[in-house]
Ligand binder design. Structure first.
Ligand SMILES: Cc1ncc(COP(=O)(O)O)c(C=O)c1O
Length: 370
């Protein structure tokens, strides 16, 4: 094979500024690293649901007879079920291959090379990766001491190149929700205000801000079936957009991105809402037990959370992060540790089943008796 010594093509320069996004470790990778079999592991590192979807969902998936055909690229039935669920007309709704896909598309629609977004760390780090991918920049306006969004700080940071203000509610990983007045104040800037509501079903305002979208030309709300509905593996998300942005999202999205299985599972989940929301309620109750457990450890300071996860600061004067990690991992438990400067000595724990909280308690008792 002929390979020229130097190629006449180069990658875009921003690719060299871009690091790879590192998600929570998979069961497979953890198992081969530690030698603990997969069936003995407790996965509390990616905010997935510990509950499988309703039996009617798996039944419908097994009974579908047309996997040989492409899906309905307009997602008409799913968008109409989502209109009933969200209370917003389906003309505002775009369905996607996980909400990550929507973030990627929205960013590419609005950001040209040299533009910027405003982000409020600590928050979901994918926003930064995709900004760099677009050749744009992140202006960081850190959260206040209580992890609230600093509205004054955002207003002061705006530049003519600012296209997007990115908010997350409840925020991953701090778990606190946004307050509506802050969002209304930021909408006044005329920038696109994106509110990521991936965890809204676990919060005290489970309807979120979707109902406001039809009243504003610059408000976007992102949602997902990955967390509350136990469908992370099927990759299905949706967004609620002003109509003029919907037309651009449709141009930007490749056809058939949401597969047939994703459509079936999401529609059936919305038909089985009582079943799925009962599991959400179980997770909310378990969150209380987990919070109590974490707050009883002298080396942890958990933050109150309205998501299906709890962030805790590790008191490094009591225990080193790598020591905590070593003991917890020896019990087959996967947690999320960060290397981001804002989260250097924090650990995030996804809320699991009661027996998962108990396994964690066992690991903590080992630390206590060291
Ligand atoms: C805040 C936030 N937004 C979006 C996502 C991505 O969700 P999806 O699985 O729908 O791509 C996640 C996943 O962890 C998240 O934490």
């Amino acid at each position: 094979m002929y390979i020229p010594a130097s190629l006449p093509v180069h990658v875009r320069p921003e690719m060299d500024r871009m690091a790879e996004y590192i998600p929570g470790e998979s069961l497979e990778a953890f198992s081969s690293r530690t030698g603990i079999p997969i069936h003995q592991l407790v996965k509390l590192n990616s905010n997935e649901s510990p509950y499988p979807p309703a039996p009617a969902v798996t039944h419908a998936l097994g009974n579908h007879a047309f996997y040989n055909n492409y899906p309905d690229t307009n997602s008409t039935d799913l968008r109409s079920a989502l209109a009933t669920y969200t209370g917003v007309e389906s003309k505002h709704i775009v369905v996607s291959h996980g909400s990550n896909e929507l973030i990627n598309l929205l960013w590419h629609i609005f950001l040209s090379v040299g533009d910027n977004i405003i982000c409020c760390p600590p928050t979901f780090s994918l926003y930064t990766f995709i900004t760099t991918f677009c050749g744009a920049y992140v202006l960081e306006v850190p959260r206040t001491e209580g992890y609230e969004v600093d509205v004054e700080g955002i207003l002061a940071a705006l530049t003519p190149e600012t296209k997007l203000i990115v908010l997350c509610s409840p925020n991953n990983p701090t778990g606190n929700p946004l307050c509506e007045e802050d969002v209304l104040a930021l909408l006044e800037t005329g920038r696109i205000v994106m509110v990521d509501e991936a965890y809204v079903e676990f919060s005290q305002q489970p309807r979120g801000l979707a109902h406001l979208v039809p009243q504003y030309r610059n408000l976007v709300v992102m949602r997902t079936f990955s967390k509350w509905a136990g469908l992370a593996g099927l990759r299905i998300g949706y967004g609620i957009f002003p109509e003029w942005i919907v037309t651009y999202m449709k141009r930007a999205q490749c056809p058939f991105e949401v597969n047939v299985a994703g459509h079936i599972a999401a529609i059936e989940t919305l038909h089985q809402l009582d079943y799925t929301l009962a599991n959400v309620q179980r997770i909310v109750e378990e969150r209380e037990r987990l919070f109590t457990l974490l707050s009883h450890q002298p080396y942890l300071e958990p933050l109150p959370s309205q998501g299906n996860f709890i962030l805790a600061r590790i008191r490094e004067e009591e225990i080193r992060m790598d020591e905590l990690k070593r003991v917890v991992e020896s019990y087959g438990i996967l947690l999320r540790y960060f290397n981001h400067p804002y989260l250097r000595n924090f650990v995030r724990v996804t809320v699991g089943l009661p027996e998962h909280t108990e396994r964690l308690a066992l690991a903590f008792s080992k630390i206590e008796n060291r």
